[in-house]
Design a protein around this ligand. Structure first.
Ligand SMILES: C[S@@+](CC[C@H](N)C(=O)[O-])C[C@H]1O[C@@H](n2cnc3c(N)ncnc32)[C@H](O)[C@@H]1O
Length: 285
């Protein structure tokens, strides 16, 4: 099938999706249209891999890998390893042949199967060019990937997850960084210039968006500029007129460790902090 015919086919599906069935579907429900084959253009492949900041240390997984072009480019142009998962067996054979021609068979694998029933937990980068109903169905398993894993979606992203970056170059590409799970109650212990502190730290989380603060005796210290990117967390507490800048790494769902910088210029001091999750009886805090 020529690219133009394929393009018209996907455009028609998308048009149908947005103007027809989507309008008729119950709110929140996505019509179950199978994602057809439409290869990404060279520009799209380049922009997606660039947005993911692919390096030789990465394992790039393309979900619905078509003729293998994304995975082959990741191996050939960035020195990464690649895995493609594809429902259409003929495209898997074509991908293997394309990988052989590109001289990257030692670094890429193509698997015949359904992305919803596949294991790709070692991925550090995941690329998607799929229709919205499949993208939504994949979300729970994508959120289980290691914090910091980059997901780049082509045209269709997640309905309620705000992308970390959005790039529009001919098409739209959306970058999502898998966030560590930090929502809940923590006990934060820190060494500040005027003595140690022991706070109860509450974090509210929606994907990478976090907010919260410390319960202190007789009050509450809000966490300003709270940010989460993968397993990297930062926030600022103001206490007695001094800003304390906390930066840390989420080591597990139970532990965060980092550095706190207090004051500015010549008065800048540095200490360490640690937070442990307060685990409620029968579950997480
Ligand atoms: C729009 S094409 C994108 C191909 C390739 N990723 C690219 O960017 O060139 C989507 C691909 O996903 C495949 N696909 C659709 N549903 C799938 C599923 N549940 N599991 C695996 N592959 C699927 C289709 O066969 C098709 O090859």
């Amino acid at each position: 099938m020529s690219y133009i015919r394929v393009y018209l086919r996907l455009s028609a599906v998308a048009l149908f999706f947005f103007c027809g069935t989507a309008a008729a579907a119950a709110p929140g429900a996505l019509p179950d249209i199978p994602t057809p084959y439409l290869p990404s253009t060279t520009v799209a492949v380049d922009e997606m891999l660039r947005l993911a900041n692919v390096t030789p240390g990465d394992l790039v997984v393309d979900l619905g890998s078509g003729d293998g072009r994304m995975v082959i480019s990741a191996a050939r142009d960035y020195g990464a390893r690649g895995l493609g998962i594809e429902l259409d067996a003929r495209l898997v054979v074509e991908s293997q042949e394309n990988a052989r021609k590109a001289g990257v068979t030692d670094r890429v694998t193509f698997r015949h199967g359904d992305v919803l029933a596949s294991d790709y937990r070692d991925a550090t980068v995941v690329t998607l060019y799929l229709l919205p109903n499949l993208v939504e169905k994949l979300k729970p398993q994508l959120l289980e990937l290691r914090p910091g894993t980059r997901i780049v979606a082509h045209d269709y992203g997640f309905s309620d997850w705000k992308p970390d970056r959005r790039v529009a170059i001919s098409k739209t590409y959306l970058l999502y960084v898998v966030p560590a799970r930090v929502g809940g109650k923590w006990r934060l212990q820190t060494a500040l210039p005027d003595g140690a502190r022991d706070y109860e730290f509450d974090i509210q989380q929606k994907y990478q968006e976090i907010s919260g603060g410390m319960r202190v005796q007789g009050g509450y210290l809000p966490a300003f500029e709270a940010r989460l990117e993968g397993d990297s967390i930062s926030f600022v507490l103001v206490e007695d007129g001094i800003s304390h800048r906390y930066q840390g790494r989420v080591l597990s769902t139970l532990e965060i460790e980092g550095v706190v910088r207090s004051g500015t210029g010549r008065n800048l001091t540095e200490g360490r902090w640690r937070a442990t999750r307060v685990v409620a009886a029968g579950g997480e805090g």
